[in-house]
Ligand binder design. Structure first.
Ligand SMILES: [Zn+2]
Length: 489
């Protein structure tokens, strides 16, 4: 009897839940996103079949056409939006020979926008500069002029270490330029011979040959140098380079049926570095954005505001695609209610970075209530530099970045090993539901009180959060000062 009544209770509870679910677009959306979808097939096609997709390469062009096709198949309006990339860069080949006290061929790879070398390589003595601090460079004095310097690094284990890696590189390369070194050799921050590609910190303005050497090989060099051995390095870097060229963002859209001129946008970058297949960075979130568009269309959801789905290009090289969008759509930016960027792999979304905007933090908390069962969530009300929210943030547009668990992200970040098998598919599904419902909330909420910030507001945010430090590390500071990148006075 007891059992019977509890099952009746259960059935009626389930029925009530089911009725609610059927009445709410966001409940329907969660169920659809968590159910069987094409998200994994899309990830497989993009990463395994198209592969690494450096902007400007054939694979990247294939990825653009693939993105257009995916939105069309999903029944979403789509267009390619052209923009200019400042210069073409791709590595063809990179090798090194160590000569002297020991002779061997270490594994090396160039940093993006490294300069190339003559075909028979560039040779000079290899000198350790420790971690490359100011003191280390002072100690080295003149003896590193025209020499290759070897920079020791710590092993990368978490996201904080990654930001430090970027900041340190900017300082080190500044000192290296001032010391007129021949080139920079970084010890890889990943173990077991694993190599990765970062941008040279001056980006396409870089003037040095810069490589990453396998941690194991660099450690061997250091042990020899520490014991008084002498080493030369012959470095050969063969590149494909060229001037400015046209690339494309892929922009899908579901028109709003009450306020079509007001826009809610979610994006992920389509391009990747070419060593791995750009799976956690950022193929998984490209698939997530496409699947949200697909499920919303399948369910016949008619948002009040327009929802845009952006597959950005040129992110790894200069965050050029989303920058171009903010220029091309400048007149519409007042009407961008919120934009979101998802770019931290497939660790579970635990909230959003809300950009030092308590108003956005509060509204995002409300949005996340509809997916409370997929939480817990805790936003971090801090601004993020280093992905496609950047130019929106500098334009004063309310901007979110998915805050994700770092597990499984750093170890393969920008590495040869960033492949499909590293993506946490279960988290990816959950993340797609969280992101979908968050966007739908902003698209449907009755009254939006979030304002676009003016230049003074943005400046205040920069001052209060010391954002100038990462902006300088990414070489964005000058653009903000001279008004070429960010809200005009
Ligand atoms: Zn990325």
């Amino acid at each position: 009897m007891l059992q019977r009544s509890s099952s009746i209770l259960f059935i009626s509870f389930f029925f009530a839940f089911f009725c609610v679910a059927q009445n709410s677009d966001s409940e329907k959306l969660v169920a659809a996103m968590l159910g069987h979808t094409q998200i994994q097939d899309d990830l497989h096609e993009l990463c395994d079949k198209i592969g690494g997709r450096v902007t400007g390469t054939e694979a990247n062009e294939k990825a653009i056409e693939w993105g257009v096709k995916k939105f069309k198949e999903a029944g979403v309006e789509v267009k390619k939006e052209a923009f200019q990339m400042p210069s073409l860069w791709d590595e063809k080949n990179c090798t090194a020979k160590i000569k002297g006290t020991a002779n061997f061929s270490p594994r090396v790879v160039s940093r993006a926008f490294s300069v190339g070398t003559p075909p028979d390589g560039l040779e000079a003595e290899l000198i350790s500069v420790g971690y490359g601090t100011e003191e280390d460079f002072k100690k080295s004095g003149d003896k590193i002029k025209d020499k290759f310097i070897l920079v020791t690094t710590d092993e990368l284990v978490e996201l904080g270490g990654l930001f430090k890696e970027y900041n340190d590189a900017h300082e080190i390369e500044g000192r290296a330029l001032a010391s007129q070194v021949k080139g920079v050799v970084y010890m890889s921050s990943r173990p077991k011979k694993l190599l990765f590609r970062h941008l040279a910190s001056r980006g396409y303005n870089n003037t040095l040959p810069i490589v990453v050497m396998a941690r194991d090989d660099a450690s061997r060099c250091l042990r020899i140098l520490d014991k008084g051995g002498k080493l030369n390095i012959n470095l050969s870097i063969e590149l494909t380079t060229g001037g400015s060229y046209t690339s494309y963002n892929v922009i899908g859209e579901i028109k709003g049926n009450e306020k079509p001129d007001e826009i809610v946008l979610i994006g992920a970058h389509l391009d990747s570095w070419g060593m791995g297949t750009g799976a956690n960075d950022n193929g998984c979130n490209v698939s997530l954005v496409i699947d949200i568009a697909r499920q919303m269309t399948l369910l016949g959801i008619k948002p009040k505001r327009t929802i845009r789905f952006a597959l950005w290009n040129g992110e790894e090289q200069c965050i050029c695609g989303s920058y171009a969008y903010t220029q091309q759509h400048e007149k519409e930016l007042d009407k961008h209610i919120v934009i979101a960027s998802i770019d931290i792999g497939s660790g579970k979304i635990t909230g959003f970075f809300t950009g030092h905007r308590p108003d956005l933090d509060a509204e995002t908390k409300k949005a996340l209530e509809a997916v409370a069962s997929l939480g817990p969530f805790e936003n971090a009300d801090v601004p993020i530099v280093g992905t496609d929210n950047y130019d929106f943030m500098m334009q004063g547009v309310p901007n979110l970045v998915g805050k994700q668990e770092g597990a499984n992200y750093c170890s393969d970040y920008h590495c040869e090993s960033d492949t499909y098998d590293k993506v946490n598919l279960q988290n990816l599904k959950i993340n797609s539901a969280i992101a979908a419902v968050t966007m739908l909330h902003f698209a449907n909420v009755d009254k939006v009180t979030l304002k676009r910030h003016n230049r003074n507001d943005v400046q205040k945010m920069i001052d209060e959060t010391k954002l100038d430090v990462p902006m300088k590390a990414f070489e964005y500071w000058q653009g903000w000062l001279d008004g070429t990148r960010g809200r005009k006075p």
